[in-house]
Ligand binder design. Structure first.
Ligand code: AMP
Length: 490
């Protein structure tokens, strides 16, 4: 049995992207490839595609980037008009082939492959309960848990199987399922992780973000509602809402950093939202300076917003290598530090002698920002004023964004003045939580902003010990809850 800390290391560091297709008469594995390619920023560790020709679900998955994994030959081996794809990110522990997705299984109504983005908060209990009734698991992935539940309930019919599965699982999930003859998509009742629906020819497409629609010439239709289920088959698309749905707690951090700026969520362009966050940052933390410098690429829209609102010129202060991927991929701290140098090089002539406003999306551990501030100074910046569009990140995310443990979060352990000092900046200003939400401007819709406020909209189960993650407490995993039959269907 796994110990508590291993369990968490394996499990909580997941960020993923999913796509799904049902397009009559098309070979959709190729479309899934290009869809995943557009979602590569959501996960760079492993990827997979499962496709069905109406009679058989075939799957290929491996470690690495989407472009490295798939070849013409592999895609040719995945025929059919139904498909799901998945790209997964993880920084440690669970970085193993067996945790790659989709997860394949055989149900009473045929073969099935499940792709999941998010993080379940009651998976330890569910695993324990299922194991207690003899269920074997091959992976630690939440998607296997979802697949097993769907499989168990499938004899009640597909709609009921999804309903019952959703009633059992808690947490954040946006799921795409490829069945032999249909595509299913569903989103948790809090709508924490995104999932969009698009039209493609005579068919339908699902994607974590709308930026995946453009490359395959799909048209954005709408976001799935929190708690919504869509089923696409030869009769077309139908949708229903599950109980307790539409509460709506969309992840604010998707808007600030995680999703691509060319995506649209809840009718809001993420680029525009980030631009407005930049203007709001100026309103909340004005400063006299000569040049507004973005940390590329994530800080660019906000820096432009800051520059326009303040009237301070916008200019580039560093170049980013296009061929280095996120430094977050590097698992250890030393590599992460090297990563910044490998990724960003200074434009000395632009910054020397100037008072710089350095705009970035977020400070998590603080390792990136302090190196960039140093780089600015070493290259002659007279002053460096750091402005950050994410409010201070003080709490871990249990819903599928890798935010590190509380121990590693700089804002959980230092005051803003101490962080400024640590960064070696002349001043430091974070956008307020209200400022960030107003900038997104999706009205009365509610967000999950737990990483900033500690207000977790979905209860984190007792076995998901919050401090245990930070402190690496070792203990036995969940014990089986007595007297509670998990499954109505065996
Ligand atoms: P840090 O050095 O830990 O403060 O990293 C902060 C930088 O990493 C930010 O400026 C972001 O560009 C990026 N970042 C923030 N959150 C994440 C995340 N969950 N996954 C990957 N990259 C992130």
């Amino acid at each position: 049995m796994k110990h508590h800390d291993e369990w968490h290391l394996d499990r909580i560091k997941e960020e993923c992207g999913v796509v799904g297709f049902y397009v009559p008469g098309e070979e959709v594995a190729r479309l899934a490839f290009f869809g995943l390619f557009a979602l590569q920023h959501r996960g760079q560790e492993s990827a997979g595609i499962a496709a069905s020709d109406g009679g058989k679900v075939r799957m290929f998955k491996d470690m690495g980037l989407v472009s490295k994994i798939f070849t013409e030959q592999i895609l040719d081996g995945l025929p059919g008009h139904v498909a799901v794809g998945h790209t997964r990110y993880s920084t440690s522990g669970g970085s193993e082939q067996r945790n790659a997705q989709p997860i394949f299984c055989v149900t009473v109504v045929g073969e099935m492959a499940v792709a999941h983005n998010g993080n379940l908060t009651n998976s330890a209990e569910l695993h324990a309960e299922l194991r207690a009734v003899g269920q074997k698991f091959e992976t630690d992935a939440d998607s296997e848990l979802i697949a097993v539940l769907l499989m168990k309930y499938m004899e009640l019919g597909i709609d009921e199987a999804v309903r019952r599965t959703m009633a059992k699982i808690e947490g954040a999930y946006s799921v795409a399922v490829c069945m032999e003859d249909r595509l299913i998509g569903f989103r948790d009742p809090f709508g924490v992780r995104p999932l969009s629906l698009g039209r493609i020819g005579e068919g339908w497409m699902l994607a974590s973000e709308s930026c995946a629609f453009d490359p395959v010439a799909a048209r954005f239709e709408r976001d799935l509602m929190p708690g919504e289920v869509v089923v696409v088959d030869s009769t077309g698309l139908r949708s229903f809402l599950t109980d307790g749905s539409t509460r709506g707690n969309m992840c604010l951090f998707e808007f600030i950093y995680f999703a691509r700026p060319d995506s649209v969520m809840y009718g809001t362009s993420l680029y525009q939202a980030r631009f407005r966050m930049g203007s709001a940052l100026w309103a909340e933390h004005p400063v006299e300076a000569d040049l507004v410098v973005p940390v590329p690429d994530s800080g660019i829209p906000a820096a432009i917003g800051f520059a326009q609102a303040s009237g301070i010129p916008f200019g580039e202060g560093m170049m980013k290598s296009r061929y280095i991927h996120r430094t977050f991929i590097q698992p250890d701290q030393r590599m992460r530090e090297l990563g910044v140098r490998m990724k960003l090089s200074p434009l000395r002539q632009n910054i020397a002698g100037k008072r710089i406003v350095l705009v970035d999306d977020s400070i998590v551990r603080g390792t990136t920002t302090d190196q960039i501030v140093r780089m600015m100074r070493e290259n002659g910046a007279k002053e460096v004023h750091v402005r950050i569009t994410a409010p201070p990140i003080e709490h871990p995310c249990y819903y599928g964004i890798d935010m590190a443990s509380r121990e590693q979060l700089i804002a959980a352990n230092k005051t803003i003045e101490e962080i400024r000092e640590h960064l070696g900046a002349d001043s430091l200003g974070y956008l307020s939580v209200d400022g960030a939400m107003d900038a997104v401007g999706i009205g009365e819709r509610r967000f999950c902003n737990a990483c900033f406020t500690g207000n977790y909209p979905i209860q984190v189960s007792s076995t998901f010990d919050r401090d245990g993650i930070a402190k690496g407490v070792v203990g036995e995993m969940a014990t089986v809850r007595s007297g509670q039959g998990l499954l109505e269907v065996e």
